[in-house]
Design a protein around this ligand. Structure first.
Ligand code: FE
Length: 253
């Protein structure tokens, strides 16, 4: 299994603090059957992780994992918070796509979706990049107005739901919204977004057990296959998205 979203690089964001943490996380990942992890450190107002340093850190961690005899491979990635100059920074060489593919993570603020998002995601696609919106299920505006997400997916954006959201670790509302995203073909990847092994662990095995019981093995295959296609820079499988219908409130007299 491949995990495309993980804060396993140490000392550069709110994920692993030191090399021991990184190794502990890799061991936990291996236990769940994960053999490849894309390291996706934050790029936002708090953490300034740019491509060159990420590549260096990935190389170093792979050496440490090899030395510790852990069979997990780390690939370079990044989790940039959406900002107006992302394309300019990409051209400067500061942005690290997922394993150097055309796929690029984009994180929204947790409370809302900036107004310029649609235009920016369009501009990225014009440049040949495919934006992947990370954890849309945890965005307050998207929970209230799922059609905002439908519109972005319809226009070519992809999305990644977090394994632990689907398992209910972020509460019932986020779990239910995650389920609706799968039901409506509004998500394309399941990933851990693991930060540690204590309260933000992988939960990939648990999520896929849940997906299998609720949606069947086809969906397990779809999500696992998409992660493989992504790291190879190939086109992923996507079904036609549908709009999430809000449940009607019935009034009884
Ligand atoms: Fe993350």
């Amino acid at each position: 299994m491949i995990d495309i979203h993980c804060h396993i690089l140490h000392g550069i964001d709110d994920g692993a603090k030191n090399v021991e943490d990184s190794i502990t996380m890799a061991k936990e990942a291996a236990k769940e059957g994960i053999h490849t992890i894309i390291a996706t450190p934050h790029l936002n107002n708090h953490y300034d992780n740019r491509k060159v340093e990420i590549i260096e850190k990935v190389k170093e961690l792979n050496q440490n994992l090899q030395a510790a005899n852990i069979n997990v491979k780390i690939l370079p990635g990044q989790e940039p918070r959406i900002f107006g100059e992302i394309l300019a920074d990409f051209e400067k060489g500061d942005i690290q796509t997922l394993n150097d593919s055309q796929y690029l993570f984009v994180e929204f603020p947790s409370s809302h979706v900036p107004r310029y998002t649609e235009k920016l995601l369009f501009d990225l696609q014009v440049k040949g990049l495919t934006p992947i919106i990370v954890h849309p299920e945890r965005n307050a505006e998207l929970i209230e107005r799922p059609d905002v997400l439908y519109n972005l997916v319809e226009k070519g954006a992809l999305t990644q739901v977090t394994a632990s959201s689907l398992c209910g670790y972020f509460g019932k509302k986020i779990k239910n919204f995650s389920i609706q995203l799968i039901e409506n073909n509004l998500t394309h990847f399941i990933a851990s977004d693991a930060h540690n092994v204590i309260n933000r662990s992988f939960k990939m095995e648990e999520a896929f057990e849940f997906i299998e019981s609720k949606f069947g093995t086809d969906y397990v295959y779809l999500f696992k296959e998409n992660a493989e296609l992504l790291i190879d820079g190939k086109s992923i499988m996507r079904e036609i998205p549908t709009s999430i219908k809000k449940k009607k409130k019935f009034l009884f007299f």
